[in-house]
Every structure is written in C-alpha cells, then in structure tokens.
Design a protein around this ligand. Structure first.
Ligand code: C2E
Ligand code: CA
Ligand code: CA
Ligand code: CA
Length: 279
C-alpha cells in the first residue's frame, strides 16, 4: 500500500543519514589519528610450506580513536578511500613498517619479506612511484625484500595505467602480490599481462576447503593456474591443521593465518624471530 511505501522511504532516509554521519565522524577520527600519530601497524607472519620457516610478514594498519578504542581497517579504509586520506595512511604504514623492518633485516641477516597493502586509488596517483622510490632511499630498504599487495579492482578502474605502474615498480626491484585473488573480476586473459610474483588466495576460498568438494577443487584450480603462470601462491586465512594438510598436498607455496599467528605488535614479531626487543 501507499502507506507502507512511505514508511520504507522514511526508514531508508534515516539509515542513509546515519551512514553519512558515521563516515563524517570516521573521517574526522582518521584526520586526528594521522596528525597525532594514533596509527600503528601490526605484522602477521607468512610461512614457507616446505621449510616451515618464516617467509616474512604482512603489515596491517590499526587506528586508535581519541578514547583509545582500536578501530579496524575494514571500517575506516573505505572512508579513507572516499576522502583521499588513504594515500597518507598507506604512506604512513609503508614508511614506518620499512623503518622497523630494515632493522630486522640488518639484525637477523635473513632474507625476509615485508608485505604492504596499497589501495587502488593510491597506486593510480601520479606521485606514487616517486614516493615509493623516495621512501626506499630514505630507509635504505632493499627493494627486493619489499612486496606490494594490490587487489584486482585496480584493473577494473584503469588497466593500462595500473600495468604501467606495476612494471615501473618491478624495475625498482619490488615484488608484487595480487591480493584477494578470486573475489573480484578475475579474468584469465589479464593475468598473463600482469608483472606479478605472488597470488594470494582469498580466505573465503580457504574457508570452503573443508566444506565441499567443489571448494577444494576451486583452490586446486587456482594453485594450478598460479603455477602455470609462474607465480608463487600463498593461502590466506589458514586456521586449522586440516586446511594446512590439504593446502600442503595441493602445493600452496606459502601460508598465512591464525594457525601460525594473528597480526602482532612489532615487538612480538621480534620475539617470534628470536630477536631481543632492545632494538
Ligand atoms: P587483507 O589485506 O586481505 O588482510 C587479511 C585480513 O585477514 C586481515 O584483516 C587479517 O587480520 C585477517 N586474517 C588473517 N589471517 C586470518 C585468519 O586465519 N582468520 C581470520 N578470520 N582472519 C584472518 P585486517 O587486519 O582487519 O585487514 C582488513 C583489510 O584492510 C585488509 O585485508 C586490507 O584490505 C585492508 N588493509 C589493512 N591494512 C591496510 C593498509 O595499510 N593499507 C590499505 N590500503 N589497506 C589495508
Ligand atoms: Ca593484504
Ligand atoms: Ca587478502
Ligand atoms: Ca581483503
């Protein structure tokens, strides 16, 4: 009836207002966090399936608000992307995680990888390559120990520009990972055009491994495709031994997930590496 239609319209407007108010509040929190250094990063270990040794760590951003509450990226990254603040966030994480990890490399003398996440919007910025180059120089970080994770949505918005930028990154010696593989608009035809080193199988596929035969077949297919194209493959969100066993059999080169370690503070990453946290 007409009446119920009106009710719906009112409710819709109300929830839209709430969403807008929330994102304005979040935008404000992000600005304050950037100014007052209330961002920090955590590190999640990645393991080599064959050697069972640590391959490296993925840096993930966290934010504290003015009350000290921790806000997860799933809620503030979308707002940061809409407002353009994502560039500052990404650069803060890259610079600070590289500064920390440079010391880890120096102390351990191990060939560990630091993986950082870059938003599509950031990657397509004009200044992006110069910024990366400058941060590498500034921190004296060896480029081949840096891996940049991008998601497939890059290629929807601007395929040619994205490939050009990734090729330039490769020339700097940086590694490239395709994050959340399988969840976007993957097409086999573009995979061969991309200068990537590593495919990250999204957690949603790993979740299906033990649930259905087809879930397992999907993961097997993704690993095969990755290997045929000469990429390494890492499985994300591995939470239990059964998943680990299947993924080992299917040939996943690397693993990441709560089974080995949740994202942790840098001092705990040092402990995991057997390094004293005096540095
Ligand atoms: P992502 O890059 O796909 O990161 C993986 C997410 O899965 C992380 O959530 C991680 O904590 C979580 N995770 C890892 N292993 C497991 C597991 O075994 N079980 C479960 N349930 N979860 C697991 P987080 O840290 O909340 O990050 C969410 C997303 O926010 C990231 O997804 C990434 O897209 C984005 N993000 C995080 N840090 C940054 C950053 O510095 N820059 C940009 N642009 N995006 C970031
Ligand atoms: Ca990632
Ligand atoms: Ca991912
Ligand atoms: Ca993700």
């Amino acid at each position: 009836s007409k009446n119920s239609g009106n009710v719906n319209i009112t409710m819709y407007n109300r929830s839209m207002t709430d969403t807008i108010e929330n994102s304005v509040a979040l935008e404000q929190k992000i600005r304050i966090a950037l100014e007052e250094n209330n961002l920090y990063f955590v590190l999640q270990p990645q393991y080599d399936t064959k050697t069972r040794k640590i391959r490296g760590f993925e840096a993930l951003v966290r934010m504290k608000d003015e009350y000290g509450n921790i806000i997860n990226p799933a809620s503030f990254i979308p707002v940061a992307e809409k407002t353009g603040l994502i560039t500052s966030i990404d650069n803060w994480v890259i610079r600070n995680s590289m500064l920390f990890f440079k010391r880890v490399l120096d102390i351990t003398n191990e060939n560990l990888i630091l993986s950082v996440n870059i938003s599509v919007l950031h990657l397509l910025n004009k200044g992006f390559l110069d910024e990366i180059q400058q941060m590498l120089n500034e921190t004296k970080f060896p480029p081949s120990n840096l891996e940049i994770e991008i998601t497939e949505s890059v290629f929807i918005s601007s395929m040619a520009k994205a490939i050009e930028t990734l090729n330039e990154l490769k020339k700097l010696g940086v590694c490239i990972a395709l994050d959340d593989f399988g969840t976007g608009y993957s097409s086999l035809s573009y995979l061969s055009k991309l200068p990537i080193d590593l495919l990250k199988i999204d957690k949603s596929f790993i979740d299906e491994l033990l649930v259905s035969e087809s879930g397992r077949n999907y993961v097997e297919a993704i690993i095969s495709i990755g290997h045929i194209m000469n990429f390494s493959v890492i499985s994300e969100g591995v939470e239990n031994q059964k998943q680990l066993d299947i993924l080992t059999n299917l040939g996943s080169d690397f693993m990441q997930g709560y089974l080995w370690g949740k994202p942790m503070l840098p001092k705990d990453a040092l402990k995991l590496l057997g390094v004293s946290d005096e540095i």
